[in-house]
Design a protein around this ligand. Structure first.
Ligand SMILES: Nc1ncnc2c1ncn2[C@@H]1O[C@H](COP(=O)(O)OP(=O)(O)O)[C@@H](O)[C@H]1O
Ligand SMILES: [Mg+2]
Length: 626
């Protein structure tokens, strides 16, 4: 029978309880130890693990080191050099601040610490078991600190039982290590596991260089630098071009004031910036650094400090979203066609292609999504059109040049880093000005073939036109509403009786899309005008197609909300755009390319499929064994 008497737990038990929160698994111990090294101003951190971290975690740094007294004190709970009072908690500038990590780790392991300040003649070595200091002696060592943690969780069998396989724990360590390394490019990092080097990251000059060290030159050459500085909040970093996408969100890294955080809102802001640019269900690669006033973010909300709370989350969302979205809007900017000439000079050298390039013969790695768009569905619902017309015409009417002015802050150092990022063996895949390229012709009545300095470029005419019309529709919508052009004569459109009443209930939605419609009997609509972007000729067919895809929509004819309406605009753009299968005149090709160059997000159709793919010159030459 337990005695029901309240008592204060012994320090050691309290530490073990805290350890349960702070040190969930070996990776959390690694993270805490590395963060201590960074807080100590280390320029180089090296980590060694054995047995997935359970047998040994050793972290050595060249940071400030500690005095003998501090080394001993540091293993006690709530011993910290980083804050002094509760007031300091409201503006934390270091990674650590609770003074719990070392005590927690020590309480569940055999720990040995060696540390020396530059000013001191000798170092000191402290050995502890389950948090009890067993031995203290002087030692010879270079300035800095080395902490060895053996047999983690040896005295907490419950925790030990919950550890995953060695490989999983090692993977978690490598990921935690990588996240910290990405945020601290000016520090050298080294990780070995069971004697094998996993990461060897020398000091880097930029986040991009560190990114390249960590993930290789191919993907690094596809990253665009972004930087948006607003009062109190700055969002900068690297975002992959929309030609890249990934099956999971694991290539998204978010940091707030240098601290790696998992924050749903930040991730949503990034993903949203890629909306309509990459296929639904796919994810971008991004490295995001948010810098803000320390008072505006609370980092003291999570035991492992991996979550934060923003004072004004909406403002942070906006800055992050716009920083990336505006950068993606014109991916041409930092990669003018002129640079193509330079990089292609090395083209005949036939550099070793990266694996996926070699497999497909493509430079691009744009991935096709499942989302096939509504365009391919046949008109099977029974809605019939009084004046059916074949194909959507390509409009030659010159459009006003794209007015959207994007305010991109000057961040020269960062941009310069980004531009030199290619490396000869992996020329970046810049987005060309299509209209400046030589038109070879049209193939399969669906693709426009262009010659670039890099090779052969094919444009999907439907995807291209779809993006052009979608952006026009969106712009009109922003500027007060989709413009309608009157038909020469009203046309009656017969409705499928099964759907007629629903359609009649959705007239305001159809009108918002630019259809000037009126009910004309129970199963008939009278169409007097159609969205001007497409011209009036195909209006009736377009309306029938739209009615059909709206009916197939999950939410029915009443979408509700901006997202649903945007979805309908995508379908409208799709139905109204030139199809694969239509032979284009040369003048139409030139007009389409010119329009495309004036269009934001021109690299992908609104469903996220690529507008162009490129066959590298080197690859073509290799196929001919030149
Ligand atoms: N690698 C290191 N180099 C220098 N000092 C260290 C190092 N690791 C820990 N310390 C000292 O030990 C103290 C306690 O560390 P820790 O338990 O992680 O708490 P916190 O980081 O929250 O202060 C730190 O405040 C710091 O003064
Ligand atoms: Mg710490």
């Amino acid at each position: 029978m337990p005695e029901h008497i309240v008592h204060i737990l012994p320090e050691q038990v309290a530490s073990q309880i805290a350890a349960g929160e702070v040190v969930e698994r070996p990776a959390s111990a690694v993270k805490e130890l590395i963060e201590n090294s960074l807080d100590a101003g280390a320029r180089s951190v090296s980590v060694e693990i054995l047995g997935g971290g359970s047998a040994l975690i050793a972290v050595a740094d060249d940071g400030s080191g500690m005095t003998r007294a501090d080394a001993i004190l540091s293993l006690r709970r709530h011993a910290t050099s980083k804050i002094r009072s509760a007031a300091d908690l409201s503006a934390i500038r270091t990674l650590g601040f609770r003074g719990e990590a070392l005590a927690s780790i020590a309480s569940v392991s055999h720990l040995r610490m060696q540390t020396r300040r530059t000013a001191d003649e000798h170092g000191v070595e402290v050995a502890a078991e389950a948090g009890n200091i067993e031995d203290t002696r002087t030692c010879a060592m270079a300035a800095g600190t080395r902490i060895e943690v053996r047999r983690l969780f040896f005295n907490t069998p419950a925790r030990l039982k919950f550890l995953k396989t060695l490989a999983t724990e090692q993977g978690a360590i490598a990921e935690a290590f990588q996240r910290i390394a990405l945020a601290n490019h000016h520090v050298a990092f080294h990780l070995t596991a069971d004697g094998r080097t996993i990461f060897d990251l020398p000091r880097a000059n930029s986040a991009l260089e560190r990114f390249r060290q960590a993930f290789g030159p191919r993907i690094a050459s596809r990253m665009l630098a972004f930087d948006l500085d607003r009062p109190g909040i700055r969002a900068q970093g690297l975002a992959a071009t929309s030609q890249e996408s990934f099956a999971t969100g694991r290539m998204i890294f978010t940091f707030v004031n240098g601290r790696s955080v998992r924050d749903r809102m930040l991730i949503r802001a990034i993903e949203q910036a890629y909306q309509t640019l990459i296929p639904r269900g796919r994810h971008p690669a991004a490295l995001l650094f948010v810098a803000m006033r320390h008072e505006d973010v609370d980092v003291n909300v999570h035991p492992m400090k991996t979550e934060v709370r923003f004072r004004n989350g909406g403002a942070v969302f906006d800055v992050v979203y716009h920083a990336i979205r505006d950068r993606l809007a014109d991916q041409t900017e930092n990669a003018p066609v002129a640079t193509l000439v330079d990089t292609s000079a090395a083209g005949c050298e036939a550099p070793a292609p990266s694996t996926d390039d070699a497999a497909t013969g493509l430079i691009t790695t744009a991935s096709m999504g499942e989302d096939a768009g509504a365009g391919q569905s046949a008109n099977a619902s029974g809605d019939s059109v009084a004046n059916p017309r074949g194909d959507a015409p390509l409009r030659l009417v010159p459009d006003a040049p794209n007015q959207a002015a994007f305010q991109r802050p000057l961040s020269l150092a960062y941009d310069r880093d980004a531009r030199s990022g290619g490396g000869a063996a992996h020329p970046p895949a810049p987005i060309p000005m299509y209209s400046r390229l030589r038109v070879i012709g049209q193939i399969f009545a669906g693709y426009i073939a262009l010659e670039t300095e890099e090779g052969l470029l094919l444009i999907d005419q439907h995807a291209a036109h779809e993006r052009v019309t979608f952006e026009k529709l969106r712009r009109e919508l922003r500027d007060g509403g989709i413009r309608t052009q009157a038909m020469l004569a009203p046309v009656s459109v017969e409705l499928n009786p099964a759907r007629a009443s629903q359609v009649h209930g959705a007239l305001s939605e159809l009108r918002a899309m630019g259809f000037d419609v009126e009910p004309f009997g129970p199963t008939t609509l009278l169409l007097k005008g159609a969205p001007a972007v497409f011209g009036p000729e195909g209006g009736a067919k377009l309306l029938a197609d739209m009615i059909e895809s709206m009916g197939d929509n999950e939410s029915g004819f009443r979408g509700g909300g901006e997202a649903a309406f945007e979805n309908w605009l995508k379908q409208l753009a799709c139905h109204g755009s030139v199809r694969v299968g239509r032979v284009l005149e040369l003048a139409e090709i030139h007009s389409l390319l010119a329009e495309l160059d004036r269009t934001e997000f021109k690299t992908n159709c609104p469903h996220g499929r690529p507008v162009h793919i490129q066959f590298g010159r080197g690859q073509i030459e290799r196929m001919f064994r030149r």
